[in-house]
Structure formats: structure tokens, C-alpha cells
Design a protein. Structure first.
Length: 121
């Protein structure tokens, strides 16, 4: 069964009259790997988002749909703390520990703060 990300990837291919192997070639992966991502058996690498947006010239709405589907498809997140300051490390670890206990309302507030901060850079 296709995931939401898989549906978007398939739509991109169909709209551009490409086969699974064509997109796999663009992404530098095997057909089997791309198929596994579409069906939710494998996670898509983070680098795919930018690569797909650029390679397929997605408009802002399509790019946002891709990002949203990508985020929803991830079942694990790894971040390197290596280059982070002590404060950044502490914040990241504290947030990860507290995440499951936060309400949707609290998470929305946090997202607003994070999105405002990322727009300033």
C-alpha cells in the first residue's frame, strides 16, 4: 500500500511521464529501494526532499506537500550533537525526553517559536 509520500512521488512521476526506474535514476537509488520507500517499508533519506524539489521543479505548494508527506513518513530521527553548543545539546536532549508528554497545544506553540526563529536566519 502506498504511503502519502509514495502517492506524491508517484504523482510527480506520472505528471512528468516517468517510470519508477526514471525517478530512481534521478535519485541515484535502485528501483527496489524507491518502491520500498513508496510503500513505507524504507524511510526516504532527508536529502531526497531538496533533490526532488530541484530536479522536478516543484512549485511552492507541491514542495510543501512533499515536505509534509516526508515528515509524516519518518519513523525515526537522528541528529548529530557533535557540532552543537552545550546549550543546544541540552535543549535537544530535554526536548526529546519531554516530547511524548506534550499536548498538541503545547507542540503548536513550540512549532510557532521554532518557525519564527528559522525565518530570521
Amino acid at each position: 500500500m502506498l504511503t502519502e509520500l509514495g502517492k506524491i512521488l508517484r504523482k510527480i512521476r506520472i505528471d512528468r511521464q516517468e517510470l519508477l526506474r526514471d525517478m530512481a535514476g534521478t535519485l541515484g537509488v535502485s528501483v527496489a529501494y524507491l518502491s520500498a520507500v513508496e510503500t513505507g517499508k524504507r524511510n526516504a533519506p532527508v536529502a531526497w526532499v531538496g533533490k526532488i524539489i530541484q530536479a522536478y521543479h516543484l512549485n511552492p505548494e507541491e514542495a510543501e506537500q512533499l515536505r509534509t508527506a516526508f515528515d509524516a513518513s519518518q519513523d525515526e530521527l537522528r541528529i548529530s550533537l557533535q557540532q552543537m553548543s552545550v546549550q543546544q545539546r541540552s535543549t535537544a536532549i530535554s526536548f526529546a525526553k519531554a516530547l511524548e508528554g506534550l499536548s498538541d497545544e503545547q507542540l503548536e506553540k513550540i512549532m510557532k517559536v521554532v518557525q519564527k526563529g528559522s525565518k530570521k536566519e
